[in-house]
Design a protein around this ligand. Structure first.
Ligand SMILES: NC(=O)c1ccc[n+]([C@@H]2O[C@H](COP(=O)([O-])OP(=O)(O)OC[C@H]3O[C@@H](n4cnc5c(N)ncnc54)[C@H](O)[C@@H]3O)[C@@H](O)[C@H]2O)c1
Ligand SMILES: [Zn+2]
Length: 364
């Protein structure tokens, strides 16, 4: 089977194809191309005979300091205005390739093969690149969608359980934010860390179709698309306070739990039967499959998370911007005053979310 659809974008529409075996089948056609790939794929890339740059995927690799080396490597390998860059890797390679493609000689086209479930289910569409500056994660970036997104779902078989869980968390979040029926469609796949085969392709189509709605209606992140930041302000703070031992998707799941707790503290009530409880239960089941997470949570400093939460670029001078869950179960953008009461509620929400997640893991 194969899934094909287009994303509307103000720069140019672009295509998304999902097909098992796509990377292997395409590699031999890449011999005259310039590839930026995750070093995990070094040997297969080498065999294809293409010109390539490989990168070790890490937060340090996508820092502004590391970008000149990539640009120089492309120049040394002959990249020019006629070059279409080919990126092969997860979100880190995507961020680097997307950023570099948007500025190299004022912009060259690129095609993207996402190789992690997170990149396949979420980040590969939307056109954003995000680069770290010093201690600030994703502080700068550009909008420069790839000309084509080519997804080979068989690549998820070599990912760790944690990487698969991270991707499922982002997919669950997108489908939840889209609305009740999309979230039920997602849950019907009964997603768990062993997901494989056709199920992956169907799940990716479901998640990308949900994300397509947000990015087409609000390409530049001014209104509806901001809702996809659900769990991310807390999530990024948790990721960073753990010195990135907690991965992005797992940080987002913990961040969603913090947002639910904060909603409770600022007057939201989630009655039994509200779909937020289904999301909470699903995320808990996914996180309980991670044996080391309890240890990471225990070592997390709440003050460290609050400090990073405070520094998030989405806040204003006198208000915090958070995505909370309304009583109806829908997500909404909320501005909370920057005062002692809000800070206490934020601190308590983080502490309580970590405690409750840790006890859930301990019970399994
Ligand atoms: N630009 C966006 O829209 C966007 C959205 C979400 C996340 N991100 C960014 O993405 C990054 C996280 O990316 P990620 O979670 O996709 O992972 P990653 O790119 O950090 O890769 C994680 C690990 O998986 C390995 N790997 C990649 N593909 C593999 C495969 N098929 N089999 C085995 N190992 C494989 C890599 O070598 C690496 O060790 C974060 O920096 C985050 O900020 C960007
Ligand atoms: Zn994310």
């Amino acid at each position: 089977m194969s899934t094909f659809f287009e994303i509307r974008s103000s720069t140019a529409n672009y295509s998304v194809q999902i097909k098992a075996g796509l990377l292997e089948r395409t590699l031999h056609q890449l011999s005259d191309q310039l590839v930026i790939a995750d070093e995990y794929f070094s040997s297969v890339i080498k065999e294809s005979g293409c010109t390539y740059v490989t990168l070790a995927a890490s937060e340090a690799a996508k820092s502004l300091d590391a970008i000149p080396q990539v640009i120089e490597a492309l120049r040394e390998r002959g990249a020019n205005r006629q070059t279409t860059l080919i990126a092969i890797g997860g979100g880190v390679v995507q961020d680097i390739a997307g950023f570099v493609a948007s500025v190299y000689m004022r912009g060259v086209p690129w095609n993207y093969f996402p190789t992690t479930l997170l990149a396949m289910a979420d980040s590969c569409i939307g056109g954003k690149s995000s680069i770290n500056v010093g201690p600030y994660k994703n502080l700068i970036g550009t909008f420069h969608p790839p000309a084509a997104v080519l997804i080979d779902p068989t690549l998820v078989s070599t990912l760790s359980d944690e990487m698969r869980i991270s991707g499922l968390i982002e997919a669950a979040k997108i489908c939840y934010c889209h609305g009740a029926s999309k979230f039920q469609e997602y849950l019907a796949f009964d997603p768990d860390p062993t997901i494989s085969g056709n199920k992956v392709e169907h799940l990716l189509a479901c998640s990308l179709n949900a994300k397509k709605w947000f990015i087409e209606i609000d390409e530049f992140d001014k209104a509806e698309r901001l809702l996809l930041n659900f769990g991310h302000t807390f999530g990024h703070a948790i990721e960073s306070a753990s010195h990135f031992r907690i991965s992005h998707g797992v940080g987002v799941a913990l961040g969603i739990q913090c947002a639910i707790e904060l909603g409770n503290r600022v007057g939201r009530t989630y009655h039994a039967g509200n779909r937020i409880h289904e999301l909470e239960g699903h995320l808990r089941r996914l996180l309980c499959a991670l044996p080391n997470l309890s240890n990471e949570i225990k070592h997390l400093s709440v003050a460290g998370v609050v400090e990073r939460f405070n520094a998030d670029k989405k806040h204003g001078a006198d208000f915090f911007t958070v995505i909370l869950v309304a009583n109806s179960g829908s997500v909404e953008i909320v501005r909370l005053p920057k005062d002692g009461g809000t800070l206490d509620a934020i601190r308590e929400s983080i502490a309580s979310a970590m405690d409750s997640m840790d006890s859930s893991i301990a019970r399994t």
